[in-house]
Design a protein around this ligand. Structure first.
Ligand SMILES: [Zn+2]
Length: 420
């Protein structure tokens, strides 16, 4: 562990926002990393000049919550030039469609209203309105479509959700991959709880699983992610904000963590849980199946172990991949990275700052011909790999392994997939 002593600069006292019971303790200073890992620049010069921000991780010994102590909300402005959309990937599309079906079956939404905070380009909310027969209200500063009512039954707003008294009544609040971006996630949950008043309201939150991110190389430890929640700390923060935990669990190859919550509401129909759900009580109601219990102190201790090893593991992975790229180049290979999302950007910043990889490709056509922040790698169409002589394709997201493997075969590229 790198202690607070080596960090220099200011050392704010920061109370844990998840449990509120302990001050955060610094454990890993990753230095300066790209602020805008979801922006793809029109020129290499702009990309090279894009800002850096400091990542100084601290944890709560009481609940395992992790936060970037150096996060500065003023340097990170969300707008429509950002593209963090994952829907171009078939694997993510299938996952999202199954989630819509699940939510429509689990919660009484017909004729009701879903509030989606951080709705992206609205794909998920539109589909949920369609499948569940409900209305929707979507907010996102990155939403680039036409604001206002949509034929799906959803109404979209470009901007952050004000969550004020003009926010209409809602029966389910959803927020996918936004909660971890908030400077003050606790107040966000408290505000939603206040808006629910005495009405029955359910909630579904989905975040990157810190149990995964902090026990691996940490490519998803990126500047826009202020907070890192595993199951235990996520349950602690929602309960402290006045919500009841209905279920939690991991999804998408264990990389995402969800929690379903409620206030003033009857428990959902038994047997409608997501596979692998961890529930209050030992068994899945209405089934013969033993269910896992909600995360407990043993889970917290496992997470504290991951946190203790993180700084050394992160540094070792960075060096290992620099060495791997050296070796591949020396052997006459033309290694490439497939995937120019935030994980890819972080990987390139740490493992290939000098742009020695032969190419970076991505399935999202909006990224083609554009440049990645700080390192300035150009993103190309995967089709350009055909006939390029590439024998090694690096990926940073194991969830896309099968999809990328199939795409390579279709292109006639015989390459080994290396999972970073
Ligand atoms: Zn805590």
């Amino acid at each position: 562990m790198t202690g607070a002593g080596g960090s220099g600069g200011r050392q704010p006292v920061h109370r844990c926002t998840a449990c509120g019971r302990h001050d955060l303790v610094p454990f890993a200073d990753l230095g300066e990393i790209p602020v805008y890992c979801g922006v793809h620049w029109a020129s290499r010069a702009e990309a090279l000049a894009s800002p850096l921000g400091r990542m100084w991780l601290a944890y709560c010994p009481e609940c395992g919550y992790v936060r970037n102590l150096a996060f500065d909300p003023a340097v990170l402005v969300y707008d429509t030039t950002m593209d963090t959309n994952l829907h171009h990937s078939p694997a993510f599309g299938v996952f999202s469609a199954e989630l819509v079906k699940h939510l429509a079956g689990r919660f009484p939404l017909r004729g009701g209203t879903v509030l989606d905070v951080g709705c992206g380009q609205g794909e998920f909310l539109r589909e949920l309105c369609h499948v569940a027969g409900c209305r929707g209200i979507g907010y996102d500063a990155m939403y680039a479509g036409p604001p206002g009512p949509d034929p799906s039954g959803a109404t979209f707003h470009r901007g952050h959700a004000p969550l004020d008294d003009d926010t209409g009544e809602f029966d389910l609040v959803t927020s996918r991959h936004w909660f971890e971006h908030l400077d003050d996630p606790y107040s966000f949950l408290v505000r939603l709880r206040e808006l629910a008043g005495d009405r029955p309201v359910y909630g579904y939150l989905e975040v990157p699983d810190a149990g995964y991110d902090l026990s691996t190389a940490g490519w998803e430890v990126i500047y826009p992610h202020v907070s890192y929640f595993d199951g235990y700390s996520l349950c602690r923060i929602v309960e402290r904000a006045g919500w009841r935990v209905l279920a939690t669990g991991r999804l998408f190859s264990g990389m995402f963590r969800y929690v379903e919550i409620s206030v003033n509401a009857a428990p959902p129909v038994a047997g409608t849980e997501l596979p692998g759900a961890e529930l209050p009580g030992a068994e899945l109601p209405g089934t013969e199946l033993p269910g896992a219990e909600l995360p407990d102190l043993a889970d917290r201790d496992r997470q504290l172990g991951s946190i203790a090893g993180f700084a050394a593991r992160h540094a070792a992975e960075r060096e290992r991949w620099r060495g791997t790229i050296d070796r591949l180049l020396a052997a006459g290979d033309r290694p490439v990275l497939w995937g120019a999302g935030s994980r890819g950007v972080q990987f390139l910043h740490l493992a290939d700052p000098d742009r020695r990889l032969a190419a970076v490709v991505d399935v999202n056509p909006r990224k083609w011909g554009r440049y990645l922040p700080v390192t300035g790698h150009e993103v190309r169409d995967p089709a350009t790999l055909a006939g390029s002589g590439t024998r090694s394709v690096i990926i940073t997201n194991p969830a896309y392994r099968d999809e990328i493997d199939a795409a390579l075969r279709q292109l006639g590229v015989h390459a080994e997939l290396l999972v970073a």
